[in-house]
Design a protein around this ligand. Structure first.
Ligand code: ATP
Ligand code: MG
Length: 354
């Protein structure tokens, strides 16, 4: 059997991004050594505020080209809160990357690995387990490039919900529910009682639901879903929602299972995908060696799963199982989760568990 080589573009980025990314490459190298007939070709590329300071471009053409031609992209984090373009706009190459690669769906699995890590009572490992799918190209963040007139007496943002973008993100959510094979349920999170854009979202969602008769479709208002996430997270299997609702709910959801350091994500497009932790560059702890790399490692596992090769899928499960094994011991935690291990030390534990 011939060997299959997967080209992975590795973009460390800013803040803790490179620290957690380097650790995930260590994990992936360990996995590679255990897979049959599969190798990974990692290529590091510059991106982010650091790169902007050097070259004046936060997403250089060479980096973008590498993302386009690779089999997948592993990304740490990009952006720093106090560094902006001269016009005051946020330097957010992750949004440019999403747009240019057509990454329409932000997939955020939320899973409790140990009952000690949730602020909720009465949930054992695995009993909080759902996926949030966030539309990533439009919604209420659609007009992010609008510049505020300093003399304005009013300001507006636009909620754009288009048929095409809604169809594709809803289909992605239903396909994930089918693949998970759990409760086989997709809940649309909307605000159809108030916003006509959300009435439209619901109408398109219902059309997609009819394409998936084996999956239960359900609706929940976004305010109620915030309550249910805290009171009864088990009512959810796959949730799908517009951009900003997804942004907010994914932080809430991460808080249910240990915080931002536990929340992986995949930005999925038709022909490309970028895997990165849900958190940002966390400049307050950058360089201290204490960042929690688990969200990054779980994102690397999502990447292997997405590569859709039986050996890579086996590798993805090896990472998930190793993380579960390490976290089964409540003493093995980084400081954000009340522990004492460094970024490297907890990764060492994961390598041992593999
Ligand atoms: P973004 O705008 O990209 O969403 P943000 O401003 O929401 O970024 P984050 O960088 O996601 O901020 O993180 C907020 C805080 O959470 C950080 O300042 C840091 O203290 C903590 N944090 C985030 N990720 C981690 C991690 N992997 N390990 C430990 N602490 C983290
Ligand atoms: Mg945030």
């Amino acid at each position: 059997m011939s060997t299959r080589t997967f080209r992975i573009a590795v973009l460390g980025g800013d803040g803790i991004g490179p620290e957690v990314c380097d650790q995930s490459v260590r994990v992936l190298r360990e996995i590679e050594s255990r897979l049959n007939n599969v190798t990974f070709d990692f290529e590091n590329h510059h991106v982010g505020v650091g790169e902007y300071r050097v070259s004046g471009n936060a997403l250089p053409d060479t980096t973008f080209a590498a993302c386009q031609s690779s089999d997948a992209v592993l990304l740490g984090a990009m952006g720093l809160p106090n560094v902006r373009y001269p016009n005051g706009k946020e330097i957010a190459p992750q949004l440019d990357l999403r747009e240019r690669l057509g990454l329409y769906g932000g997939v955020r699995p939320i899973r409790l690995f140990n009952e000690a890590d949730t602020p909720l009572k009465g949930y054992a490992a695995g009993e909080i387990d759902f996926v949030l799918v966030r539309e990533s190209t439009e919604g209420l963040f659609y007009g992010r490039d609008a510049v505020l007139d300093p003399d304005a007496d009013e300001a507006f943002d636009t909620m754009r919900i288009s048929r095409d973008c809604t169809l594709r993100v809803c289909r992605l959510a239903f396909e994930i529910a089918r693949k998970r094979g759990g409760k086989k349920k997709v809940t649309l999170i909307d605000k159809a009682n108030v916003l006509s854009s959300m009435v439209f979202f619901r109408k398109v969602f219902d059309e997609v639901a009819a394409e998936f008769p084996d999956i239960t479709a359900d609706h929940c208002y976004v305010d109620a879903s915030a309550l249910f996430l805290v009171r009864d997270p088990q009512r959810f299997d796959v949730m799908v929602t517009e951009n900003m609702f997804g942004d907010i709910l994914s932080d809430l959801a991460a808080g249910l299972v240990g915080g931002m350091g536990m929340a992986p994500s995949g930005d999925i497009g038709a022909t490309a995908a970028v895997f990165q932790p849900s958190h940002g560059s966390a400049p307050d702890i950058a360089g201290l060696g204490v960042a929690n790399p688990i969200a990054m490692h779980l994102s690397a596992a999502m990447m292997l799963d997405w590569l859709d090769h039986p050996e890579c899928k086996r590798g993805a499960k090896m990472i998930d199982d190793a993380v579960a094994k390490v976290l089964a011991d409540p003493a093995k935690r980084t400081p954000d989760m009340g522990g004492k291990l460094s970024t490297t030390e907890i990764t060492d534990e994961i390598l041992k568990a593999i």
